[in-house]
Design a protein around this ligand. Structure first.
Ligand code: ADP
Ligand code: MG
Length: 684
């Protein structure tokens, strides 16, 4: 099946040691001994000295060398946490922040949440005593709002800088600025790949500290022909490796929870069929919304004689290092945001990865011994179809959120903000226009009172506007429930492959007229009435842990209502009020049924479709508002409500013109004209 065409060379000094490290020996070692084996360990003192000497230091080191877990501990030993000063370390991904904090607290023998803690959106696991703080880059950004000079920190580590997330990119500009007037603050920019030069240039030629990596050679295999179904191909490859290859764990890169669950079910089913004919294969998923007790499992060693296979999102590319991986399966895709600055449409798409990503993924196979990477695409595709590098997020996303935040920090001149790679001018202008339309900025581009309140919420400007607008429509209780349910990423309904009919019936029983937001509200309200019962979730094909998370988010939104002085009011049956509040936030996302029977966005006449899972899929209302777009075979709107066009003039008179909202002579479409549900093989 595979052709071997390339051998990625091993680098570093351990090339000759081509055999595997004995993982059982590793297991018996104490944590302290394990720490001393990390590539960074011999450089502890050099690193401390370099940091003492320079205010800003760029640190470059292979993934797994110990940057994230060790550097904060070294700096603690070196005295940077005296007088309760904190060492902050940012991570682009929530899972990484949680998992790394857990590891470090374990290594230091402290309880997580005390001296070592983490902070991610809607979850703060820190205390007064916390001195080593791991957090998402987005959370550090928000800390600027309450403490503009970040005076509580002696050191900030902007970790995983090569990921170039939107928040990390904005942090670069902000921390560079505060370092100028806080000479006592140390700044470390840490990265896995060879971008160090670029970071150094941005930070006024800061010195680069390189940690020599350890890497064994990795053989790369390609498929002879493109794979039509990469999930199936990945599953087949896992089983082939398991049956034919020597011991060593497998890492598979998939694009998200849904794919991971599909692959997991397929693997379970096929290994079950093979029964005792094969050795034990432990299947472990890892993705951002997985509960932390399950996340921790990926680090447990495989059973003796058996093997583990980890089904991961991009998280395992550089953010998390799992020891013992010898085989990597790389289908060549990841889920990415893409943004069209002309239409303002943002959607999630499964996109081919870059060459840089492909090489990082392959590198995961060569940490403890020579490894193999199976690419589920052709060598030709690698060479000719993949981009060199991933485009930084700042150049392919809506900037509304960040612009609102920077404005609240008093940064008004965004065009001249110190960006490493500036966002496209039109994206910036569009963000300003959208914030103006939402009422967050006035015509001079200054923050309004509403804008200031909106910035208090760690959510999208559209969502914060919806929440604040609910005050006027007297339905803030319902709206924060809806906001919380929308925040759990489509993980509410459970749809096991062997019970699809039951699951779909259960889901349809929750449908409420008016649209999906009201369905979500209904699910939550019913669950609340059962006193948050697990059994009820189980019986109704609802994912209990997603509901628990929605409840946490909801609790926090409720306390934010208090902080922004919005009364918690309820108007249960009044779906018009609820939908008007939603419209107040999401009016850009208005779509109309056109004469040809297609849905088109009002402003830009883009064709979009209702997602087949929506309660409105067969209803064809004339005017709808969507929550988000996902691109699979087409642009699908996920979570939609029916609205009346007259509401738009009420909530966004400065955005829509009456003639744009003219209803013409369109008739409601007869039912069942749209595409059949069966046309969709897979949705994301
Ligand atoms: P880097 O940041 O340079 O990529 P890390 O500090 O994340 O490296 O990882 C160093 C080591 O710590 C790796 O061997 C990794 O497997 C281990 N490690 C990190 N987090 C955990 C965890 N939660 N459980 C067990 N081991 C972990
Ligand atoms: Mg790291």
């Amino acid at each position: 099946e595979f052709v071997q065409t390339l051998k990625m060379p091993g680098v570093g000094k351990n090339k000759e040691k081509d055999e595997m490290m004995d993982s059982s020996k590793l297991k018996k070692m104490s944590l302290e001994e394990t720490r001393k084996l990390l590539p960074i360990y011999p450089f502890k003192q050099d690193l401390i000295d370099a940091i003492a000497e320079h205010q800003v230091l760029i640190i470059e080191g292979e993934t797994g060398s110990g940057k994230t877990t060790q550097i904060p501990q070294y700096l603690h030993d070196a005295g940077y946490t005296k007088n309760g000063m904190k060492i902050g370390c940012t991570q682009p991904r929530r899972v990484a922040a949680m998992s790394v904090a857990a590891r470090v607290s374990q290594e230091m023998g402290w309880k997580l949440g005390n001296e070592v803690g983490y902070s991610i959106r809607f979850e703060d696991c820190t205390s007064e005593r916390t001195i080593l703080k791991y957090m998402t880059d987005g959370m550090l950004l928000r800390e600027f709002l309450s403490e503009p000079d970040l005076g509580g920190y002696s050191i900030l580590i902007i970790d995983e800088a090569h990921e170039r997330t939107l928040h990390t990119d904005v942090l670069f500009g902000l921390v560079k600025d505060i370092a100028r007037f806080r000479p006592d603050l140390k700044l470390l920019i840490s990265s896995a790949t060879l971008d160090a030069q670029k970071f150094s240039e941005f930070f006024d030629d800061a010195p680069i500290f390189r940690i020599p990596g350890r890497r064994f050679p990795v053989h790369v295999y390609y498929t002879k022909a493109p794979e039509a179904d990469y999930i199936d191909a990945a599953v087949v490859s896992v089983l082939q490796i398991h049956v034919t290859q020597p011991i060593g764990d497998i890492l598979v890169f998939l694009t998200g929870q849904e794919e991971i669950e599909t692959a997991q079910e397929m693997l379970l089913e096929r290994t079950r069929k093979l029964g005792s004919k094969i050795k034990e294969l432990v299947i472990l998923p890892i993705y951002s919304t997985l509960p932390s007790d399950q996340q921790a499992k990926i680090f447990e060693p495989a059973p003796p004689g058996g093997r583990k296979v980890i089904l991961a999102t991009n998280i395992a590319e550089t953010s998390l290092t799992i020891d013992g991986i010898i085989y990597v399966i790389d289908p060549g895709f990841c889920k990415q945001k893409s943004y069209n600055a002309k239409t303002g449409m943002e959607s999630l798409q499964v996109t081919p990865i870059s060459k840089a990503s492909a090489n990082q993924r392959a590198g995961r196979a060569g940490r403890v011994a020579a490894g193999k990477c199976f690419r589920l695409y052709t060598a030709w595709a690698y060479k000719n179809e993949l981009e060199e590098n991933t485009i930084p997020e700042i150049q392919r996303t809506n900037l509304g959120n960040v612009v609102l935040l920077l404005k609240s920090l008093g940064i008004n001149d965004l065009i001249n903000f110190d960006f490493m790679d500036p966002p496209p001018h039109e994206t910036l202008v569009l963000a300003l226009e959208q914030l103006y339309a939402l009422g967050a900025l006035n015509h001079r581009g200054e923050l309004t009172k509403l804008g200031r309140r909106m910035a208090e919420y760690p959510v999208d400007p559209m969502m914060s506007k919806m929440i604040i607008a609910a005050e006027q429509y007297k339905c803030s209780k319902e709206i924060i429930t809806i906001a919380a349910m929308l925040s759990v990423n489509n993980a509410i309904f459970y749809r096991p492959k062997d019970k699809i009919v039951h699951a779909d019936t259960a889901r349809q029983n929750f449908f409420r007229p008016g649209g999906d937001h009201l369905t979500l509200l209904n699910v939550y309200t019913q669950w609340e009435e059962t006193d948050y019962s697990t059994q009820w979730c189980y019986e109704n094909f609802i994912q209990h842990r997603s509901m628990k998370r929605a409840r946490d988010v909801r609790d926090q939104l409720e306390s934010l209502l208090e902080r922004t002085e919005i009364e918690v009011t309820s108007d249960v049956g009044n779906t018009v009020a609820i939908r008007k509040a939603i419209t107040s936030g999401y009016f850009y996302h208005t779509v109309r049924l056109s004469k040809g029977g297609q849905y088109k966005t009002v402003k830009h006449q883009q064709t979009v479709m209702i997602h087949p899972n929506s309660s409105l899929f067969e209803e064809h209302p004339r005017w709808i508002i969507y929550f988000e777009l996902v691109f699979t075979t087409k642009e699908f709107m996920r979570q939609v409500i029916e609205i009346e066009n007259s509401w738009l003039m009420e909530v966004a008179p400065h955005y829509y013109k009456a003639r744009e909202l003219d209803d013409g002579a369109i008739k409601k479409m007869p039912k069942r004209i749209g595409k059949s549900k069966n046309d969709l093989t897979r949705t994301y």
